[in-house]
Design a protein around this ligand. Structure first.
Ligand code: SF4
Length: 375
């Protein structure tokens, strides 16, 4: 938490920021019939179209003006990298004020997932994460979050011939530190067209390092999204180091809030655990983790650390990882090791933005906020 979380005051107002009534008012303020907002929304959310030339139901004379006013450009692609035979595509975006964020499209046989950023940078300071090293630039607006998803949905449609089905908030940033805008974005994503994308809340995952009051608040939103808790250590001594926010909310408090979330929503908690060689991968830590979560509505995702050359953090050896998995499973805890998509294009949260901003990515980073396989 190095800088104040603010949204740039100059972020242009965008349809994705507005509820239907506010969108109609915005159309009327342009001197147009209020129903034009619905027409534009049908193009944007329903057809994933933002080019005025394709909005042929709008009057030709004012098409350009209406579309530009309601759908100003929020994200400029700086670079797009693709790997896994095109099944993984990572985009670095420049925002209106020059801030850089990234999002990733991942195609699997049974789903197409968008991994999006909720903040430019991150203030949580996890020492193994490239994003965490640069600190927080600012919160993203609701529209900047939604527009990442709409852009990736259009990319999936256009380039893969597939429909976007899942969204994970595991790009840059701590989503619950930008709570109101993230929740507003989720509401827009689940609203049926033309007011939103019509995604299932159950197909949306919000990750957190464990902001306890925000987890408890999220449990009351009546939005049954999946909660992914980045735990990384079962004991406070080590977690204080790996996830500095643990000094504020201890492992026991974070898990209590997470169990409250699972009981209120019926959703299975996902525990994210980066496997870091000789740091958090000891058999006794597997046993302690199992003790904390066995018998709960939970799934543990082990994430092989994606090391950066020269970093002091390294991935756990495979035999160590296998033993960790064995111990958890022996205790009856559903456990998987995450497929690490996109490694050859750079791997993990923050690295693409670091490169794009000409900042040397000095630290090892983990794809904990970048890749998912099993939701
Ligand atoms: S791991 Fe996630 S919460 Fe921690 S610094 Fe990186 S982006 Fe932020």
């Amino acid at each position: 938490m190095k800088t104040l979380p603010v949204v740039s005051p100059l972020a242009p107002t965008h349809l994705a920021e507005l509820d239907p009534a506010a969108a109609r008012a915005a159309a009327a303020a342009l001197g147009e019939p209020a129903y034009r907002a619905g027409q534009v929304a049908r193009h944007y959310f329903g057809r994933l179209v933002r080019d005025p030339a394709e909005m042929t139901d709008l009057p030709a004379a004012s098409r350009e003006r209406i579309a530009r006013a309601l759908l100003p450009t929020l994200l400029q692609p700086v670079r797009v990298l693709s790997c896994d035979d095109g099944a993984t595509r990572k985009t670095l975006w420049r925002l209106h004020d020059g801030a850089l964020v990234e999002s990733v499209l991942m195609a699997y046989p049974d789903r197409v997932t968008a991994c999006v950023s909720s903040q430019a940078g991150c203030g949580m300071g996890c020492p193994f994460c490239a994003t965490g090293q640069a600190g927080l630039t600012r919160n993203l607006s609701t529209a900047e979050i939604v527009d990442q998803v709409v852009s990736l949905a259009a990319m999936a449609d256009r380039e893969l011939g597939r429909r976007l089905s899942h969204v994970v908030f595991m790009g840059m940033g701590e989503p619950l530190a930008n709570y109101q805008r993230v929740v507003a974005a989720v509401r827009r994503l689940v609203a049926p067209p033309p007011d939103g994308l019509g995604l299932s809340a159950r197909h949306i995952t919000i990750s957190t390092v464990g902001l306890v009051p925000a987890i408890r608040r999220l449990a009351t939103e009546r939005l049954p999204v999946t909660l992914a808790l980045s735990l990384h250590a079962p004991d406070d001594d080590l977690r204080d180091e790996l996830v500095p926010v643990n000094r504020r909310w201890r492992v026991s408090e974070v898990l209590a809030a997470a169990w409250d979330y699972t009981s209120r929503t019926g959703r299975r908690l996902s525990i994210e655990y980066a496997m870091i060689r000789d740091v958090n991968d000891q058999p006794w830590r597997a046993d302690l983790l199992a003790e904390l979560v066995a018998g709960r509505l939970v799934h543990v995702n082990l994430i092989p650390l994606n090391p950066t050359p020269g970093s002091r953090w390294d991935a756990s050896p495979k035999p160590v990882e296998r033993e960790f998995v064995r111990r958890l499973r022996a205790a009856g805890v559903a456990t998987t090791v995450r497929d690490t998509r996109g490694r050859e294009i750079d791997g993990a949260c923050g690295q693409l933005a670091a490169i794009g901003g000409s900042v040397e990515a000095e630290h090892a980073s983990v794809g904990q906020h970048t890749e998912r396989l099993d939701r």
